[in-house]
Write a protein that binds this ligand. Structure first.
Ligand SMILES: NC(=O)c1ccc[n+]([C@@H]2O[C@H](COP(=O)([O-])OP(=O)(O)OC[C@H]3O[C@@H](n4cnc5c(N)ncnc54)[C@H](O)[C@@H]3O)[C@@H](O)[C@H]2O)c1
Length: 386
């Protein structure tokens, strides 16, 4: 029987469970491109409940224990003496969410001789050293599409928040003020702007689709070009690279995975080629943007705003400069962990575990690494040497 080690974020400060805000969730039929929703044999949770924190256990305990497996759930993931490290030594499966990532470094994979499956309850498996997983025959899987639309909605929200100067204006209202000049001296309409996405995969394309009605000019770059019908439908301008695209944009959104080609992409040099006063929204991964370069660009006014929910490391330390830089709209890593998304990735996690323990193939679109190489969604979207 297997030992499943699951790393989740801490419970709410007010205790678990938090009060239910709404009754149930809307029913979806399938994902926008027709991909089937997660399809485990059953679920042992109520959709809409908080599943991603320690006491939520992704709704997995009954299923795993009934099958005779051991489930260990912890939020204690960092430092040499963490509970995660102690249990990793004989774990067969590690489950982690990108919001509170258990960094599966090469050293940690080395110390986990039984490890066969690293499962991301969410999307984005860069917290796993993929080269080490390849070398050690560890399968890496994630719940592809589970929160792509959740993130796309968040991106649209943050673009509008920055361009219209929403957050400072909300603060002024909350604090009893009526300083209209202060609110509007940084506020613009999005209409007519050039908006570009670095990557037009599930999230990037969903952002483009959602922005089209705003009467903006849409741009994208991706290593896979979109079908001509989609380019024509959305009137997209394709660019060969991010470097070729960003000088033409007022707003840039980053929606690519973190790997060798994207690490540190938004550095001083690339940001210097952007339009003065451009906005940069990064909900992909913190390390795609150079931490200090972003701060410098906001301080100089080269960027008018930066927003996102991804940092490095996570959780970010209290003195991380992105917490205090000017004109930012940062949040903790939340965009892909709405209660709606949690229901999908908890179900998808169970689906992957059912395949893994049942000896049937994990859906190809869920695979990042398998059989000692990049596979499935991983082969499409990642490069080795991340
Ligand atoms: N903030 C969050 O909560 C959150 C949630 C989900 C995903 N994400 C991040 O967003 C990423 C994308 O998610 P998705 O669902 O759209 O995945 P996806 O696999 O559908 O799309 C990724 C796209 O990136 C493209 N790409 C890869 N390398 C590139 C490069 N060097 N230049 C340009 N394009 C490149 C791929 O061709 C693909 O089209 C994830 O890998 C993850 O890092 C963040």
């Amino acid at each position: 029987m297997a030992k499943v080690l699951c790393v989740l974020y801490p419970d709410p400060s007010g205790g678990y469970p938090p009060p239910l805000v709404r009754d149930g969730l809307p029913q979806l039929e399938h994902y926008p491109d027709g991909q089937t929703l997660p399809s485990p044999s059953a679920i042992d949770f109520t959709p809409g409940a908080l599943l991603g924190s320690v006491s939520g256990e992704l709704g997995l305990r009954r299923f795993l224990e009934d099958a005779g497996h051991e489930l260990v759930v912890t939020a204690d993931k960092d430092g040499d003496n963490s509970e995660f490290d102690r249990h990793l030594a004989d774990a067969d499966v590690v489950i982690s969410q990108p919001f509170w990532p258990a960094y599966l470094t090469a050293e940690r994979i080395e110390k986990a001789p039984n490890l066969k499956l690293a499962l991301t309850a969410g999307i984005g498996s860069d917290h796993v050293d993929l080269d080490a997983a390849i070398a050690h025959g560890v399968t890496v899987a994630e719940v592809t599409y589970c929160n792509s639309i959740s993130v796309a909605e968040h991106v649209v929200m943050m673009i509008l928040s920055l361009v219209r100067n929403y957050l400072p204006s909300n603060r002024i209202a909350s604090e009893g003020g009526w300083d209209i000049s202060d609110c509007v001296s940084r506020a613009f309409d999005l209409e007519g702007m050039d908006v570009g996405t670095v990557a037009a995969g599930r999230i990037g394309l969903a952002v483009l689709r959602r922005l089209a009605p705003f009467d903006v000019r849409l741009h994208y770059t991706d290593r896979h070009r979109l079908p001509t019908e989609i380019e024509q439908e959305l009137n997209l301008t394709f660019h060969e690279s991010a470097a070729a695209m960003v000088p033409h944009c007022d707003v840039v959104t980053v929606n690519a995975p973190l790997h060798s080609e994207t690490r540190g992409m938004f550095d001083d040099d690339l940001i210097a080629t952007m339009r003065r006063g451009a906005y940069l929204i990064n909900t992909a991964r913190g390390l795609i943007a150079d931490r200090e370069a972003v701060v410098r660009a906001l301080e100089s006014g080269q960027l008018a705003g930066y927003a996102g929910d991804v940092w490095y490391p996570q959780p970010a330390p209290p003195d991380h400069p992105w917490r205090s830089m000017p004109n930012h709209g940062m949040t903790p890593h939340i965009s892909g962990s709405t209660l709606s998304a949690q229901a999908r990735y908890a179900a998808g996690t169970r689906e992957i575990l059912e395949s893994f323990f049942g000896g049937t193939p994990v859906r190809d679109e869920y695979l990042i690494v398998d059989g000692g190489k990049l596979a499935g969604a991983g082969a499409h979207s990642y490069s080795k040497g991340g």
